[in-house]
Write a protein that binds this ligand. Structure first.
Ligand SMILES: Cc1cc2nc3c(=O)[nH]c(=O)nc-3n(C[C@H](O)[C@H](O)[C@H](O)COP(=O)(O)OP(=O)(O)OC[C@H]3O[C@@H](n4cnc5c(N)ncnc54)[C@H](O)[C@@H]3O)c2cc1C
Length: 449
C-alpha cells in the first residue's frame, strides 16, 4: 500500500474518518492545527473535543433518527460512538458523556494506531495531488477558508448559518393554511403552489409580535462576532425595529388569497417553503432567530396552521463555516472540481457532533475504498447515513441550503406500509423507518466485508 490518505482536522469527523480508513488498512496522516493554532471554542489539543454540550442526544434507535445514527455507527465500529458509550453519564434516554476522558480516549486510540501518523500543523491550501479529506469544522481556519473560497467561489462557502425553523409538512393544518406562490408566479402548477401560507388577523399579529419581543433569546458565544448580515436579521431583531417591520418584510400579506376565506384579507401571512425534494419538510421563510428553543416552539405554534406543528429543527444563527454542498460535492463527498479532495463533517452542511462524526465515517470509508481500488457502493438512501448524505449532496434546495440535523423528514416515505398517517401512526412509522434502515445498513456493511 503506497497511497496515503491525508485528513485535515481532528474533530468529530476527522477523528472518525481516520479511524475508519486506518482500520481498512490505509496509511493515514491526520493533520490538526491545535494546540498551536487555536479556535475560540476549543480548549484543549485533544482529538474529538466537544466544544459545548456534552450530549450526543437521543440514544433511542427505534424512535429517533439520531439514535438510529448511533446504532448504524456502532455497527460500523465507530470510534466516536464506541468511546462515547465507554464514558457514558446518566442522562435518561440521552447519550451524555464525561467529555475530557472521552476526548483523551479518542486521542489515545488515534495516536496509538499503527496506520495513523499525527502531524500538528495548519493546512491552508487544497492540494492538487494526493488523497485528502478536509474535516475542519465550523471554525475552519481563516487561511484555509480563503483557499476554499478561491476554489469554490466566495458565495459557496458561508461563515455564518441563518437557520429558519423547519416543520414536518404532515403536521401543518391545511384546513387553515393553503398552497400558493405570491401572485401565483411560476410556469407550472407546482411552482404556482410552491409555498404554504398561514394567515393572521390583526389581533393574532399583535399578539405574535408581543411574544417575539418578550421571548428569551440566546447570546452569541464569547469570541463569536455579533454582527448580523443584511438579509438575515433574526425576526425578533426585525420586530424590535418596529412593530410593522415584519408585516412589510417576510410576513407581508400581498399577492395571496386565502381559499378558506377569500373575502377576508389577511393582515399578515407567514410563508413556508419546501426544504427537500421529498416535500416532507418546509422552512418558515425569513424566520432565522436567536430565540431559545423552548420559546421558539411556543411562539411559532401561535401561527395559525402551525398550532400542532412538529419541528424537524429549530432556528438559529451561529458562526459556522459550511459549503454549498448540493452544488459542490458529488455523492462520494468529493469536490466536483477537484475529486482528489473530499469534505466531511460540519463543513459539509450537517449540524451536530453525531451527524459530523457520521459524515466522517462515510468519507473515511469512501476514501479508503477508493485508494484500495474497491470504490464503495452508494450509501443506501433509506438509512440515517444515506438520508443525510443524500440530502447534503443533492436532495436539499441548493439556493437556500442551510445546515441540517438528521431527522425522519429526510427519509423516503414507506411504500404500501398500511401504517396510519399523521400523529396517530407516528410510532409505528418511525419503527418501520428504523427497521428498514437497519436492514439496509447491515446489508451495505456486509457488502464491504
Ligand atoms: C461555539 C460552538 C458550539 C457548538 N455546540 C454544539 C453542541 O452543543 N452540540 C453539538 O452537537 N454541536 C455543537 N456545535 C457544532 C460542533 O462544532 C459540531 O457538531 C462538531 O464539533 C463538528 O465536528 P467537525 O469534526 O466537523 O468539526 P470540529 O469538531 O470543530 O473539528 C474540526 C477540527 O479541525 C481543526 N482545523 C480547522 N482548520 C484547520 C486547518 N486549516 N488545518 C488543520 N486543522 C484545522 C480544528 O482545530 C478542529 O479540531 C458547536 C459549534 C460551535 C462553533
Amino acid at each position: 500500500m503506497t497511497h496515503k490518505l491525508h485528513i485535515v482536522g481532528g474533530g468529530m469527523a476527522g477523528s472518525e474518518a481516520a479511524w475508519q480508513a486506518a482500520n481498512m488498512g490505509v496509511q493515514v496522516v491526520l493533520h490538526e492545527m491545535r494546540p498551536q493554532v487555536k479556535t475560540f471554542a476549543h480548549r484543549t489539543g485533544n482529538f474529538g473535543e466537544m466544544v459545548c454540550s456534552n450530549s450526543f442526544r437521543s440514544d433511542d434507535h427505534e424512535q429517533n433518527a439520531v439514535g438510529l445514527l448511533h446504532w448504524e455507527m456502532m455497527q460500523a465500529g465507530s470510534l466516536i460512538m464506541t468511546t462515547a458509550h465507554q464514558h457514558r453519564l446518566p442522562a435518561g434516554g440521552a447519550l451524555a458523556v464525561d467529555r475530557d476522558p472521552f476526548a483523551r480516549s479518542v486521542t489515545d486510540a488515534l495516536t496509538s494506531h499503527d496506520n495513523i501518523q499525527i502531524s500538528f500543523e495548519e493546512i491552508d491550501t487544497l492540494p492538487d495531488e494526493g488523497n485528502w479529506i478536509f474535516a475542519t469544522g465550523p471554525l475552519t481556519s481563516e487561511n484555509l477558508g480563503k483557499a476554499i473560497q478561491a476554489e469554490t467561489g466566495a458565495d459557496r462557502l458561508a461563515f455564518f448559518d441563518a437557520i429558519a425553523p423547519i416543520v414536518y409538512a404532515e403536521s401543518i393544518d391545511m384546513n387553515v393554511a393553503w398552497l400558493q406562490s405570491r401572485y401565483d408566479k411560476g410556469e407550472t402548477e407546482e411552482e404556482q403552489k410552491a409555498y404554504i401560507n398561514c394567515p393572521m388577523n390583526k389581533a393574532q399579529y399583535e399578539a405574535f409580535i408581543d411574544a417575539l419581543l418578550a421571548a428569551d433569546k440566546t447570546e452569541f458565544h464569547e469570541g463569536e462576532t455579533a454582527t448580523y448580515f443584511d438579509g438575515c436579521l433574526p425576526i425578533e431583531v426585525m420586530a424590535e425595529r418596529g412593530r410593522e417591520t415584519l408585516r412589510h418584510g417576510p410576513m407581508k400579506p400581498v399577492g395571496l388569497t386565502n381559499p378558506h376565506n377569500p373575502e377576508e384579507k389577511a393582515y399578515a401571512v407567514v410563508q413556508l417553503r419546501r426544504d427537500n425534494s421529498l416535500g416532507t419538510l418546509y422552512n418558515i421563510v425569513g424566520f432565522q432567530t436567536k430565540m431559545k428553543y423552548g420559546a421558539q416552539t411556543a411562539v411559532f405554534k401561535m401561527i395559525p396552521g402551525l398550532q400542532d406543528a412538529s419541528f424537524a429543527r429549530l432556528g438559529g444563527i451561529h458562526r459556522n463555516t459550511f459549503l454549498n454542498s448540493p452544488t459542490l460535492l458529488d455523492a462520494q463527498m468529493r469536490l466536483r472540481s477537484k475529486p482528489n479532495i473530499r469534505f466531511a463533517g460540519q463543513v459539509t452542511g450537517v449540524e451536530g457532533y453525531v451527524e459530523s462524526a457520521a459524515m466522517g465515517l462515510l468519507a473515511g470509508r469512501m476514501a479508503a475504498a477508493e485508494i484500495l481500488g474497491k470504490p464503495l457502493e452508494t450509501v443506501p438512501q433509506d438509512t440515517a447515513h444515506g438520508a443525510l448524505v443524500h440530502h447534503i449532496t443533492g436532495g436539499a434546495e441548493a439556493k437556500t441550503f442551510q445546515p441540517m440535523n438528521v431527522n425522519f423528514g429526510l427519509f423516503r416515505p414507506l411504500e404500501n406500509s398500511g401504517i396510519k398517517g399523521g400523529r396517530r401512526g407516528r410510532k409505528d412509522r418511525y419503527k418501520a423507518y428504523t427497521d428498514r434502515a437497519k436492514a439496509d445498513w447491515t446489508a451495505w456493511l456486509e457488502g464491504q466485508a
